[in-house]
Design a protein. Structure first.
Length: 448
């Protein structure tokens, strides 16, 4: 065989292989499932050891701790801050000047020192953070471990004020939780399923991360659970599960199918909230689905989606029902429509759920240290004086803005790990909350 004939033969083989690959990928012929599962396993291992979200970032901030405080304009109290430190995650309580009043620290290995049967591929402890945290008055901290492992939901853990583990639940809990008046816990979780759910077969093709809500007792036992995929697929809003808005089709990025919903916030609607928030009743669930760009109400009895809000935000986090019935939402990427805005791509918006009018917003500032560009993560807290505490997770800062028509920053904390002449290096802050120190009995007498 002459040289050009060998080359032509090789080209023909490559074309046949390419055409075969296209057919396998498009129509999912054999060995699609086998190759897909092998790809998932390889990606899981890569994700645990080489994640693209190392929780330490470059920052324009050169000074850490409390960098701004406008006395009289900021809400008084202490601030509970969950943060990445030099080599692990923990939490602190600081006063308005940034003085540390108490500290906690916990790694994944502290909570699960032996085998972790709910984790398929285990990563290093310094990549596993806290996400979804509740501080009790006695100093106990309830938290989700998240990230670093595969699946990324790492478990629900209760520690005391001295960081000793009281109990640990080996389920893939993640992102958010809501402690009820009776002490029970509502928490987000997921399961890595090799088989699909019958009610969602048109939208979700396995393997994928199936979101669910768990009801957990005060001592860490699962009392009940239900599927959030089924909550959509058995409701009149089932078509919103379609990855690109078309029945049965899939987006180009398989990652979006494997984590199609990516629920990131759950709260149980209280009687006071139900009195002003027409879309939900007391006991219903308010849930944010990041990858669907949807905030939804799930009925407490039927466990089906009964109301949705979408179109005003992108990759949102942490919706809250306000006293006036509006929703306060962390809009991560909905402000990017004008291109590269000097103040960033993120916003905090207050929206009327019935008229869908945005009645208030904060969009950041033009100074480098005020740029509000939070592609992922984020928490909000409406404060008693009308201000809003904003957790800018991936830039390692927490700031308080006024709630008026021209919001300004009146308090700020930066989790600086290392300073330099050009800027700094900060650790992520997944969660922060302003608290009345008189409530926290473990602190002793309130500080001035």
């Amino acid at each position: 065989m002459r040289h050009w004939e060998r080359l032509l033969f090789l080209v023909a083989v490559l074309l046949v292989a390419f055409a075969g690959g296209v057919l396998v990928g498009k129509y999912q012929y054999w060995p699609y499932d086998t190759l897909n599962r092998a790809n998932d396993a390889a990606r899981a291992l890569w994700f645990t050891w080489f994640p693209d979200e190392v929780p330490v970032f470059a920052s324009p901030h050169k000074v850490g701790g409390v960098t701004r405080w406008e006395r009289g304009a900021a809400a008084d109290g202490v601030t509970f801050i969950v943060r990445r430190e030099d080599d692990a995650f923990g939490a602190v309580v600081v006063d308005m000047e940034g003085r540390e009043l108490h500290r906690w620290r916990l790694t994944f290995s502290d909570a699960f020192p032996g085998d972790a049967p709910h984790i398929l591929a285990r990563g290093p402890d310094d990549r596993v953070g806290w996400h979804g945290v509740h501080l009790f008055d006695n100093g106990d901290v309830l938290l989700n471990l998240e990230g670093g492992n595969f699946p990324f939901g790492g478990g629900l853990v209760l520690i005391d004020k001295d960081s000793r583990v009281k109990w640990a639940l080996a389920r893939n809990t993640h992102h958010d939780l809501d402690v009820q008046p009776d002490g029970t816990i509502v928490v987000l979780a997921h399961r890595h399923l090799e088989e699909g759910e019958p009610s969602c077969s048109a939208y979700v093709r396995p393997p994928y991360l199936a979101d669910e809500i768990l009801h957990v007792s005060a001592d860490g036992e699962v009392l009940d659970s239900f599927s959030l995929a089924a909550a959509f697929c058995n409701s009149p809003f089932k078509w919103m599960m379609a990855p690109i808005g078309t029945y049965g089709l899939r987006p180009p990025a398989r990652k979006e199918v494997e984590d199609l919903q990516h629920s990131n916030t759950v709260s149980v609607i209280t009687p006071a909230e139900a009195a002003v928030f027409a879309p939900g009743n007391a006991g219903d669930y308010l849930v944010s689905f990041r990858n669907m760009n949807i905030v939804a109400v799930v009925d407490r009895e039927t466990r089906l989606v009964k109301w949705v809000l979408t179109g005003h935000f992108v990759r949102q986090h942490d919706p809250h029902i306000l006293a006036n019935g509006n929703l306060l939402i962390y809009d991560n990427l909905g402000g990017m429509l004008d291109g590269d805005r000097p103040q960033g791509r993120s916003r905090v918006i207050e929206i009327d759920p019935l008229t869908q009018q945005v009645v208030w917003q904060y969009e950041g500032g033009t100074a480098p240290e005020d740029r509000f560009d939070a592609a992922k993560g984020g928490k909000l807290q409406k404060l008693p004086n009308g201000n809003v505490l904003v957790t800018h997770s991936w830039q390692g800062r927490v700031f308080e803005v006024t709630g008026d028509a021209d919001p300004r920053i009146v308090w700020e904390f930066v989790n600086l790990l290392e300073a330099s002449a050009e800027g700094g290096r900060v650790g992520a802050i997944p969660h922060a909350a302003r608290i009345d120190p008189a409530r926290l009995t473990f602190l002793g007498a309130p500080t001035s």
